[in-house]
Design a protein around this ligand. Structure first.
Ligand code: 4AD
Ligand code: MG
Length: 483
């Protein structure tokens, strides 16, 4: 017989199994015992809710019950019965309990009490066994599934773009190098530089910062595509919003202009958030309470006005505010925050890049809803963005979310060969090496647009967690690559 004939706890809670014999497997959360009976709260990851196993000492040996401590893994067989106690409708009357794996209570670090998120980050290999992280990762899964469902239903094709590339799509230079050269004794060229011709790919390569450029190539034949893969940035920013390895969703569409792009992005975000609201009810209810408790520890003027669920529904139900960078600068310049010098970086001139404090002011204090900012100065944006007729701005769009700041970055792309090559030269981007990218503008070019959604920032928003390290199983940040 196969080992795994278990019923998942989620199913036990949702369907009627009364009077049936079932097997459940899972990890002990808590155990309460008296002379006559032991109650074990078991969790198997399928749900935030535990299932109650009732163990009668006349059927289950003392030795087994002693070993069923918090964190131990066990298999219980028995009949499902209507529960006498409050707190659950049914429970399992065990006629056998088998310990699959002990968890020495002297050494097991997770106890049935509240642990700090900081502590749990240090034991990221075990934190998935807590209510909070179970909920976060189930919601993360649902969001990933919703992303694929949304695009599939709209006729988009999922493209797997390379992780190793020779280009730096965003031109920010914050890449991780990929090499098989002997680092203590690399081969050198005549003028003393590292000779990448002898490296594995016979050129200098790095981990990709974005799948966009290859995504654009695919859109020039398949029309509507998206990527969903890992991206890497070596920026040394130790913030609650940055990871060195994160997942990005990048749709790219032929025959879309800037406004089509904005419409798609808004519709897409609303869809995936609604999907989570509809499909992750128990987990979101739990996270809503968790977030409310966290809010209560903050100073009154720093608390957010809405609870988590309220905020999610608000975003789904209201139109995003759309405005240009130039309009946003006016709002910021004339704001009380600027006048009273409450911003760390005061807004004085048109052309400055917005800091996260400015983005959050616009979203949280001024408009009080998600904001789509467009038409940024070309100097602060990437080379591929379409140049507007004013000669100063490009058809960029950033979407800003409450509590997060930038969640999406995108643009209409420059489809005109001459304007694109000129801009690349101005920005010192090597046009010869990017011949393949420029070929799309040489042959059958067309207006097209796309954007990138930082997946962890979305998960952060939907789960109401406050640190991006808590929404990816094994975060990569400066100094951290242990697990
Ligand atoms: O704004 P970014 O840099 O845009 C691009 O990479 C474009 N190629 C996207 C496109 O048009 N196809 O990054 C897109 C999003 C950001 O808005 C943010 O949500 C997320 O990726 N992001 C990060 N998330 C976590 N950690 C980091 N270090 C991130 N950097 C960007
Ligand atoms: Mg950006």
């Amino acid at each position: 017989m196969a080992f795994n004939k278990r019923v998942k706890i989620k199913e036990l809670l949702e369907k009627d199994f009364v009077e049936q014999e079932v097997t459940v497997m899972g990890w002990v959360r808590t155990k309460r015992s008296n002379k006559n009976v032991s109650f074990i709260a078991l969790n198997d990851g399928s749900s935030i809710n535990n299932y109650q196993i009732v163990a009668d000492p006349s059927l289950i040996s003392d030795e087994i019950l002693k070993r069923a401590t918090t964190g131990a893994c066990l298999k219980a067989k028995g009949k499902i019965v209507t529960s006498q106690g409050a707190g659950q409708q049914t429970e399992l009357m065990a006629n056998s309990v088998e310990i699959l794996g002990d968890a020495d209570p002297e050494k097991y670090p997770l106890q049935p009490k509240k642990h700090s998120l900081e502590f749990l980050r240090e034991i990221a290999h075990l934190r998935v066994r807590t209510n909070t992280f179970g909920a976060v990762f189930r919601v993360r899964h649902a969001l990933a599934f919703a992303v694929h469902k949304y695009f599939n239903d709209k006729g988009f094709f999922y493209i797997h773009t390379p992780i190793i590339t020779a280009s730096d799509a965003e031109g920010a230079g914050e890449t991780f190098k990929v090499t098989t050269l002997n680092l203590s004794k690399p081969p050198l060229t005549e003028d003393g530089k590292i000779d990448f011709k002898s490296d594995f790919f016979e050129r200098e390569t790095n981990l990709t910062v974005s799948g966009q450029l290859e995504g654009e190539l695919a859109a020039m034949g398949l029309a509507d595509i998206y990527t969903f893969g890992p991206t890497f940035r070596a920026e040394n920013s130790n913030t609650t919003r940055h990871l060195a390895e994160f997942w990005m969703i990048e749709p790219e569409m032929a025959f879309y202009d800037a406004e089509d792009n904005q419409n798609l992005a808004e519709d897409f975000l609303k869809y995936v958030i609604s999907y989570a609201l509809e499909n992750c009810k128990d987990d979101l209810d739990f996270l809503d309470k968790r977030a409310a408790e966290e809010e209560n520890t903050k100073k009154v003027d720093q608390r957010s006005e809405m609870g988590l669920l309220e905020r999610l529904r608000f975003v789904v139900e209201n139109e995003f505010q759309r405005l240009t960078y130039t309009e946003a600068i006016e709002v910021l310049k004339n704001s009380n925050y600027n006048k009273k010098k409450k911003f760390q970086y005061l807004i004085e001139d048109w052309g400055v890049d917005l800091q996260s404090e400015h983005e959050r002011f616009l979203v949280e204090k001024h408009f009080k809803k998600p904001v789509i900012l467009m038409d940024y100065p070309k100097e602060i944006k990437a080379f591929y963005m379409r140049q507007n007729d004013d000669g100063k701005t490009v058809a960029a769009m950033d979407i800003l979310f409450p509590g997060i700041g930038e969640i999406v970055g995108g643009s209409q792309r420059e489809e005109r060969l001459e304007l694109l090559t000129n801009r690349m030269k101005e920005m010192e981007i090597p046009t010869e090496e990017m011949w393949w990218y420029l070929d799309t503008r040489r042959f059958g070019s067309t207006p097209h647009a796309g954007f990138g959604l930082g997946f962890e920032r979305l998960v952060l928003f939907v789960t109401g967690m406050s640190n991006i390290r808590d929404v990816i199983a094994f975060p990569r940040t400066p100094g951290h690559a242990e697990f």
